[in-house]
Write a protein that binds this ligand. Structure first.
Ligand SMILES: [Zn+2]
Length: 68
């Protein structure tokens, strides 16, 4: 049985739960999370892709702060 991540709240949900067409890699624990995702899909897709990974490449690093 496949478990998917709810990108809105981070819960693990089963494949048979709420889905959004076009985003087959995600599932949702509740209609409220599904609606939140539909309202702003890009935000949650980006957050899900970046979870647990290194900071975004466009992070300038501490040199930009003038701290030594
Ligand atoms: Zn949820």
């Amino acid at each position: 049985m496949t478990t998917l991540i709810d990108p809105v709240c981070g819960m693990h949900v089963s494949e048979s739960d709420l889905r959004v067409a076009g985003y087959e890699e995600f599932a949702f624990c509740a209609e409220g999370c599904r609606r939140a995702f539909i309202a702003d899909p890009d935000r949650y897709v980006r957050a899900a892709a970046g979870a647990g990974e290194a900071p975004a490449p466009d992070h300038g690093g501490h040199d930009d702060h003038g701290v030594r």
